[in-house]
Design a binder for this molecule. Sequence first.
Ligand code: G1P
Length: 298
Amino acid sequence: MPDIKPVRKAVFPVAGLGTRFLPATKVMPKEMLPIGDRPLIQHVYEEARDAGIEEFIFVTGRYKNMLQEHFDYQPELMKTLESRGKDEMLEKVRDSQMPEGKLFTTRQAKPLGLGHAIWCARKLIGNDPFAILLPDDLVLNGKGCLAQMMDTYNENGGNVIAVKDVPREETNKYGIVDIGKENGNVVEVKGVIEKPAPDKAPSTLSVVGRYILQPEVLDYLAAFETGAGNEIQLTDSMAKLIGDQAFHGLKFKGNHYDCGSRLGFIEANIAYGLADEEIGNDVKQIIENYGSNDSKAA
Ligand code: G1P
């Protein structure tokens, strides 16, 4: 049995500008956009917490303070809800509170790429294995995507990335893996390349924004080499680690939504709306109405 160090730290890169959602994101961080009743950042926080993460590292930037405030203790609001007997709401607010001393922040001063954002968290990551969750990517499933990856990690050690199949014409939007042996839903990753053209892609398995990585990846990131889009890519440093360390891709269970695009964001809201116990049936009815009468707007 290899010595497998538990993963207790997760990094959330949240310094991005969110230009695709302007003007909504002119002042408000894109990670505060809501899917259902909670902002994107809370969805990924909960996924990490449910997977056993205890330290939450935000790589933040200018105009992003609201993200930290969202997880604060809100005594006035809680008192008001309590006095009005709104127990369910009170519970929801309590649940959005981060345990004290568990939120750490560092800043990415310049938008030099995802790899650079992770490198900015190097002192907080230290010499421990760590997870990365990109708040743009949501996976709707009973057991969260990261929790599924933890099972793969605890069995095999090494590095684990979440992967899913995409149409070949879309390989230039994602990191794409070169795969070796397959064992059920776990694939051996032999290589990974950032945003290859469809005819250059080694497969159609794309990297979804969930990673469990060993700290050695930071040594490669420190070289500051730029890649696709002239950015410091996490994918390129992971690629250098393959061969030295085991790398697994997990074909996770659940539906994935790219909430960083307007269409993916709307689809996610529909899916989470349908899955909502309180309003799910009404959402279904609304969708049926739109489907049947061609109406563009109510
Ligand atoms: C990043 C990664 C890419 C990955 C994607 C998943 O790209 O660089 O490898 O497939 O996230 O969402 P971005 O979406 O930031 O361009």
